[in-house]
Ligand binder design. Sequence first.
Ligand SMILES: *Cc1c(COP(=O)(O)O)cnc(C)c1O
Length: 388
Amino acid sequence: MKRRKLLMIPGPIEFEPKVLAALGAPTTSHVAPNFIESFGNCIEMMRKVWLTSTGQPFIVSGTGTFAMDMAAANLIEPHDNVLVISTGYFGDRFAEISKRYGANVTILASEVGNVVALEDIEKALSAKKYKLITITHVDTSTGVLVNPKSIAELAKKYNVLSILDGVCSVAGEEIQQEEWGIDVVLTASQKAIGVPPGLALLVVSQKAMEIFKNRKTSVGNYYADFNNWLPIMKAYENRQPSYFGTPPVNLIAALEVSLQQIVEEGMEKRFLRHQKIAVAFREAMIALGLKLLPVQKNLSANTLTAVYFPENIAGSAFLEHISKIDVILAGGLLPSHKTLYFRIGHMGSVNNNDIIAVIAAIESALFANEFPFEMGIGLKTALKILNN
Ligand SMILES: *Cc1c(COP(=O)(O)O)cnc(C)c1O
């Protein structure tokens, strides 16, 4: 009767035992030779995971929101025009952050569960000169997946910087930062990167670093200022000690292990694993007679799924049943729809058995709530896809 719980929310996720072991190892000095080597390795491996050879990585204590804040603080100057493409909660957050740094923000928001049409983005870009555009790759509030490649192409066409909020996508959804020409791709440790919460991770293009260097005003956030962090990243990459703020030694040791595992798996294989698991899970939900938040299957994320509660079933009772059998899922996040749906994270170290356990738990809750369905149909649907 071990009380093992399966954590299947969209971050924090289940972590690999070796990652947790690294986190629990004795803390060293931040200038110890082994730590300098680990930090340098992390910077190098981030380029492999982000798929860029020239981007500048930043590893800083903070959450995903801080990674967004850091990108905005350094690239926005007062009165800059910023275009925010919003597919939900985190797009709206990027608008708020941009306003703090004095930007004139235009928001293009999608309907819930949908994306903003490319034509609308192009219309906006051609109507006014923007300094930068923000894109949420996977909005964790809706489970909607945006195609950043075609938006980044538009940004390049209109000479606008692009920032991708990849907090729920980096190392889970395909991102080719260099090939697609995205200027900033940012994330946090606790999602598909597979390390407990506490690290903000960004990779910034040389073009964006140039624009940063040519700022006319100083960065209005001391802790976020690239001027403070760039020398630190360069020093550690050159295997030299340096100090601005004490690095989270244990988290960086854990990051090294997780990035090694990711690079070992290979990016292509990792993206395909996420896709297969996501397709199996989505098809299982549909076979059970449940409805997804994304309005089309091809707009559904591969890192999480957002599902409406069946009508006539109270969401709280449904989730409580599932948590009693030790599977932890998340409720809704989008304020307008918060009580209507639930979310399942399936990213990072997720495997077939994990989603089979989640589908079984959902079937169990449907049965307990007297929902009319064919018991086992979700499991059967998923197994057929997973075994293919
Ligand atoms: C989780 C998440 C964030 C916020 O990250 P925190 O670590 O909670 O600050 C931002 N954007 C997206 C897309 C996310 O999924």
